[in-house]
Ligand binder design. Structure first.
Ligand code: G3I
Length: 354
């Protein structure tokens, strides 16, 4: 039996034996919803940008409910590298200070992403030695800036092609190799900030089993090559009509390496046409399955549960071209800052695992 298959089997067996308190799915406990960070045994995170600092209601909601932040934009290469090649750290420095002042952890996002490169690298594409030196220098400069103040990094974001048929074809892979750019990125990040947990982060791992298989095979290969992967991020941009059991199966598979798992960018979109109550119930059931499966993992594998926004209006899904479903409510709080039924259910599951 292949190593990966054997690992998946063993994890599934352990998971089924561990059992877990089942909060009645879709049935929030009723009564006032406690702040998530006050009942959670694990960090509960949310993404944030500095332009949101002026939104006092949001900042109050964030400070009350979350114990970790992920910079939504201002630690990415597309923000950091200016046209003249200089790096601008102003905004990220403010996010680090914001978190520190509120005793929040920071999850860095994202050092290398297929989606964005920069002219400074494009110009070196034909000179592998110079390109690799610049690549290492960039990662070192960014990751060492907040050395000791970043709990974990998304070192490589979304290395697998959208539907999982192959790995991403990008500037990084073309010059350094499909696996090479990832191994190099983790090596440089590990030297720059040895204490940070280093993650590889991906989306649609729940929705597309073929993508999950490609991703798991990539992780297996990278680990054999000595890549310093310290954790797996599953973005979890999911919908409320996912077949029951599909999320739990994904969590089991992703946990099979024994590495910490980060639910890194959670939002649960409406996709049913049955009206608000139907959508909220299905959203609560989906969220309950996810958090129960996550909390059933061994403690060392429960890195954090992070949402990709706090209130529906803060979501990337409410911006064009993604806002295709009128009335979608993907996030844990309403625009007025009230908790959703799913948030009540999540709080209860977290509380039960304290
Ligand atoms: O703030 C500037 C504004 O000053 C400027 O006028 C405008 C002009 O383009 O850009 C604004 O910045 C935008 C930024 O979000 C802040 O709102 C960027 O253009 C825009 O590209 C950026 O989009 C972010 C996107 O990643 C690309 O970085 C989204 O907010 C963010 O939610 C999204 O998050 C990604 C994760 O990183 C990876 N997983 C998928 C997830 C959703 O796409």
């Amino acid at each position: 039996m292949q190593t990966l298959d054997r690992r998946l089997f063993l994890t599934s067996a352990a998971f089924l034996m561990a059992g877990c308190d089942q909060v009645a799915r879709g049935k929030p406990p009723g009564g006032p919803v406690p702040p998530l960070r006050s009942v959670s045994p694990i960090p509960v995170g949310c993404c944030l940008r500095t332009d949101q600092f002026a939104d006092k209601a949001l900042i109050r909601l964030l400070s009350r409910n979350f114990s970790q932040i992920t910079p939504e934009w201002e630690m990415k290469m597309s923000y950091l590298i200016r046209p003249n090649g200089q790096l601008r750290f102003d905004a990220a420095d403010r996010l680090i200070a914001f978190a520190h002042d509120r005793k929040m952890a920071v999850h860095g996002h994202a050092l290398i992403w297929y989606k964005y490169d920069a002219p400074q690298f494009q110009r070196l594409a034909k000179d592998r030695t110079a390109f690799l030196a610049a690549y290492r220098a960039y990662i070192t400069q960014v990751a060492s800036r907040w050395k000791g103040r970043i709990r974990g990094w998304d070192v490589v974001n979304e290395p697998v092609e959208n539907m999982g048929g192959s790995l991403r074809d990008c500037l990084w892979s073309r010059v350094l190799g499909e696996d090479g750019y990832i191994v190099e990125a983790f090596e440089a990040a590990s030297r720059a900030d040895p204490k940070a947990l280093l993650f590889i982060n991906e989306y649609s791992l729940e929705k597309i089993p073929a993508k999950r298989k490609t991703f798991l095979q990539l992780i297996e290969r990278l680990l054999k090559k000595g890549a310093k992967i310290g954790g797996i991020g599953t973005q979890t941009h999911i919908r409320n009509d996912m077949p029951r059991g599909q999320i739990s199966a994904a969590i089991r598979d992703l946990a099979s390496f024994g590495l910490p798992l980060h639910i890194s960018e959670l939002d649960i979109s409406f996709r049913l046409r049955g009206g608000l109550a139907t959508n909220l119930d299905a959203q609560t059931e989906t969220a309950s399955e996810l958090v129960e499966a996550f909390m059933a993992l061994p403690e060392k594998q429960r890195y954090a549960l992070s949402f990709w926004g706090a209130r529906d209006k803060d979501s990337w899904l409410m911006q064009p071209p993604f806002n295709d479903f009128p009335g979608n409510q993907p996030l844990p709080f309403t625009n007025d800052g009230n908790p959703k039924p799913m948030t009540a259910a999540i709080a209860e599951i977290l509380r039960q695992h304290r």
